[in-house]
Design a protein around this ligand. Structure first.
Ligand code: RNT
Ligand code: ZN
Length: 419
């Protein structure tokens, strides 16, 4: 589309929204503020960069064999930089502990330090992003029989030390960037089959977390969030960190809950959890993902689940308390493309929510005019939000609409296909 055609279409869209009482510029200003935490692990299929590279474990799986996965921190950062250059807005990058820059040395998880993440910190400063962080409690020989909930006290001690170190690293990242680095805890602990001692593992988990949290960190620079799960592959019957366990722990300990879109029953969405959790917890971390029949972590697209999630957050005015992060890993398509699709889909869902005539809908609801409410919700779907998004991309100097495809193809030809 030519610039002139885009400008004209945008002007018409602005008028259309104005007739509904909506200020498009205000919506775009909101979208400007939406900073999405982009997960580093889509670029290499959750492999990490430890010297002792093992299989991906913990009940998660990246399926597919598309060429071009990043093999070291430099390649991964180059890929992220390319992806960021195709995305409007200012974002964050979410790093996992096993993505440290270990300089070819074996550094076990209970030995990692901020220095192993210095190149990440320097890079983030250079490209103008902030970092979030995650302890890595999977893909390690000592995680095979549980981590923080393991029966063996030495195993528990090892993982307690790891998470403590990760909280220190997160705090250092926060200090270096001058803003909050969110540290996510997800432990895969669970069991394939019937579990007799469900209580004991959860008690261990609780005690391990209590020990970890004895280290006080500056909440201005690092805060923890804790992620629940329903099941994992090979861990189908029992998950220690179930929704009740994690919610209970977080509410009691004033910790942020992480809601991952793929971690509930297949017909259970996380959108409807937002208003409940937000009434009792100050902050929420989101792992925006796309489960297809199971927690498959498909690339995020604009589906109803994503749209409901954005609507719930925007309607309740919770954007300053809800942190939006992505979590998916598809190894079957161009990995960079996967980033761009997922971030753009998330932004579009939020833009649609910002453009919603919510006052009118509220009025209809309060009046009991439910047919009218439903009709208006349906009508919204075909409002010209797409052109507003395209215009925003043009304004930000990034490819408009499908134009990013060619750029990704070019990068694949020049860079990723040669790996
Ligand atoms: C796993 C969790 C977790 C991971 C990342 C890699 O089911 O969703 O967030 O995806 O830590
Ligand atoms: Zn997750």
């Amino acid at each position: 589309m030519s610039k002139q055609a885009l400008d004209q279409a945008y002007a018409a869209a602005v008028e259309r929204y104005k007739s509904l009482g909506i200020d498009v510029e205000k919506a775009l200003a909101e979208l400007d503020k939406l900073s999405i935490s982009i997960h580093c692990w889509q670029a290499d299929d959750v492999a990490g960069f430890e010297v002792a590279e093992g299989d991906l474990t913990g009940g998660i799986a990246a399926t597919g064999n598309y060429p071009g996965a990043a093999r070291n921190p430099e390649e991964l950062r180059a890929d992220l930089e390319k992806a960021l250059s195709l995305l409007p807005g200012k974002h964050r990058v979410n790093v996992h502990a096993f993505y440290g820059d270990f300089g070819g040395q074996f550094v076990d998880r209970d030995q990692i330090e901020p220095k192993h993440f210095q190149t990440w910190i320097d890079w983030a400063k250079k490209v103008g992003v902030s970092l979030d962080f995650n302890c890595t409690l999977f893909s390690h020989p000592k995680s095979e029989n549980g981590t923080l909930s393991a029966l063996d006290p030495e195993t528990r001690a090892f993982w307690i030390e790891h998470v403590k170190l990760c909280r220190w690293i997160a705090e250092e990242m926060g200090k270096a960037q001058g803003n909050l680095c969110i540290h996510n805890i997800w432990a895969p602990d669970g069991s394939k089959d019937l579990t007799v001692d469900a209580y004991i593992y959860r008690k261990n988990m609780k005690e391990s977390l209590d020990k970890i949290m004895e280290d006080k960190r500056d909440p201005k620079y690092m805060r923890d969030c804790y992620e629940s799960k329903l099941f994992g592959i090979g861990l189908e019957s029992y998950t220690v960190g179930s929704n009740e366990f994690v919610l209970g722990y977080c509410l009691k300990n004033n910790m942020m809950v992480t809601l991952d879109a793929g971690h509930f029953h297949p017909t259970e969405g996380i959108a409807d959890k937002i208003s409940s959790v937000a009434l009792f917890s100050n902050e929420i971390m989101l792992h925006v993902s796309r489960p297809v029949r199971w927690d498959s972590d498909h690339v995020v697209i604009q589906n109803d689940d994503l749209q409901s999630l954005a609507h719930e957050i925007v309607r309740a005015d919770l954007l300053d308390r809800v942190h939006v992060g992505l979590d998916y890993f598809d190894a079957s398509i161009n990995r960079l493309g996967a980033y761009v699709i997922g971030v753009r889909a998330t932004q579009k869902a939020f833009l649609k929510a910002f453009l919603e005539p919510v006052e009118q809908l509220r009025q209809l609801e309060a009046n009991g005019q439910f047919f009218e409410r439903l009709a208006c919700l349906e009508e919204q779907k075909s409002l010209p939000w797409g052109v507003v998004y395209d215009y925003w991309c043009a304004q930000k100097g990034v490819p408009v609409a499908a134009d990013y495809i060619a750029e990704i193809q070019q990068y694949e030809k020049e860079v990723t296909s040669k790996r």
